[in-house]
Design a protein around this ligand. Structure first.
Ligand code: S3P
Length: 448
């Protein structure tokens, strides 16, 4: 778990010529799902390329607590011996999901239609995040939830002994909510239907189909209608986890703003529901290309090449793109600080309920570094200062949020004065090799 140990302050200093290959770890979303669906199938699922970050390791621990056998070979291959749909055992202890909203929400869904109870908790960040968005639809299946005020963790879910299938229109654009409902629907008889207005990441749908579930998506004017037939026998799979585009964002953006850089980031998952940042960067004038596009493990993949891009322009990021880059706005706001003109980001209310309030966290730190930022409840604008003109020189609060910590460390690579973060430990939740990887490219990042 992050943020419970001694804080590790870090500072990034002006750097030049980042170069080489950045092998970023496996995708976090796919990794959680591979463990959970492996645990819900009968037999052995083999996973290579699993992200071994704290969030995913907490999910592996949770799957063991629900009765699956989860092991790791010395070569990094993971094995999950699943218990089958409806086969979860009641955990003997509280399930601690650490910092991970994805972990806790998906697991709540996966256990909510079994006749067991489980109590969930997390770190201070996770325990302040809203859970009603998941427990509301789980109640429709017959599950009950008792938590703290405002639907906060710690929380106990009493699974439905006699679940009924559900038809649910997701009120917020959230793959976590969609996935929780689909995972709950696995152990309900009949068809569970989820309707989403805006397309969110579809790894759950793809992977459920891969495990042999009957699942179909119909695109209609109102959005996407996803229909899952309950109580399948899921067949164990061999899963090669593609590399995480949300982690790739950091070396890519670092290269774009750092003079003389040329960085290759190979094997990145470019599922269209995840690739919005790269589209936006290209619109801003970034020297960014996709090389060697291919398909790996049911996901489109390519190598990204990013070179220093001195002539970036501010853009307006359309709200309909938000879901496909929801985790990348913090680092986009860093690139926007080095662009000419304003970058306006709309339709991003969800940023306020992530691991931190990401609009507030970034706006506060950017302002302290001499960048002006305007914000409203669901939008923000960064006023770019152009390359070479961003002052820096502040210590920014990471707020137990990995992406905030990494974004400010990228910022400091191209500011006039160094930029510090008060605590870099949360980075281990999603990108444990961030520090050596960036340093290996030539970034001057130091522990204080
Ligand atoms: C995730 C979905 C997103 C994202 C999170 C991972 C997932 O959250 O922010 O990092 O794996 O389903 P929401 O679906 O709540 O937007």
């Amino acid at each position: 778990m992050s943020g419970h140990g001694t804080p590790i302050p870090m500072t990034s200093h002006a750097s030049t010529g980042l170069s080489g290959q950045a092998d970023v770890p496996g995708d976090k979303s796919v990794s959680h799902r591979a463990l959970i669906l492996g645990a819900l199938s009968v037999g052995e699922t083999k996973i290579t390329g699993l992200l071994e970050g704290e969030d995913v390791l907490d999910t592996a621990g949770a799957m063991r607590a629900f009765g699956a056998e989860v092991t790791r070979d010395d070569d990094g291959t993971w094995h999950v011996h699943g218990v089958g749909v409806g086969g979860f055992a009641e955990p003997e202890q509280v399930i601690d999901c650490g910092n991970s909203g994805t972990g806790v929400r998906l697991i709540m869904g996966a256990m909510a239609t079994s006749p067991i109870s489980a109590t969930f908790t997390g770190d201070a960040s996770l325990n302040s995040r809203p859970m009603a968005r998941v427990t509301d639809p789980l109640a429709l299946f017959g599950a009950r939830a008792v938590g703290r005020a405002g639907g906060r963790l710690p929380m106990t879910i009493v699974g439905a002994a006699d679940p009924v299938p559900v038809r649910y229109a997701v009120p917020v654009p959230s793959a976590q909510v969609k996935s929780a409902v689909l995972l709950a629907g696995l152990n309900a008889p009949g068809e569970t239907v989820v309707i989403e207005k805006e397309a969110t990441r579809d790894h759950t749908e793809r992977m459920l189909a891969g495990f042999g579930a009957h699942i179909a998506t119909e695109v209609i004017d109102e959005g996407r209608v996803i229909t899952l037939t309950g109580q399948p026998e899921l067949r164990p799979q061999t899963i090669a986890v593609p590399r995480d585009p949300s982690s790739a964002a950091f070396p890519v953006c670092a290269a774009l703003i750092t003079e003389g850089s040329d960085v290759l980031v190979p094997g990145i998952c470019l599922n269209p529901t995840r690739a919005g940042l790269f589209t936006t960067l290209i619109e801003m004038g970034a020297d960014l290309s996709y090389e060697n596009p291919r398909d790996e493990g049911g996901e489109p993949v390519a190598d990204l090449r990013a070179r220093f891009s001195p002539g970036l322009n501010g853009v307006e990021v359309p709200p309909e793109r938000a879901a496909s880059m929801i985790d990348e706005y913090p680092v986009l706001s860093v690139v926007a600080a080095f662009a000419e003109g304003q970058t306006m980001m709309r339709g991003v209310r969800e940023l306020r309920v992530k691991e931190s309030d990401r609009i507030d966290a970034m706006a506060t730190g950017l302002r302290a570094c001499g960048v002006s930022v305007d914000e409203g409840e669901d939008w923000w604008t960064v006023h770019g200062r152009g390359h070479g003109n961003v002052p820096g020189g502040a210590t920014c609060a990471a707020r137990l949020d990995h992406r905030i910590a990494m974004s400010f460390l990228v910022l400091g690579l191209a500011t006039q004065k160094p930029v510090s973060v008060d605590d870099a430990t949360p980075i281990a939740t999603s990108f444990p090799v961030f520090e050596p990887l960036l340093k290996g490219l030539g970034a001057d990042i130091r522990r204080d």
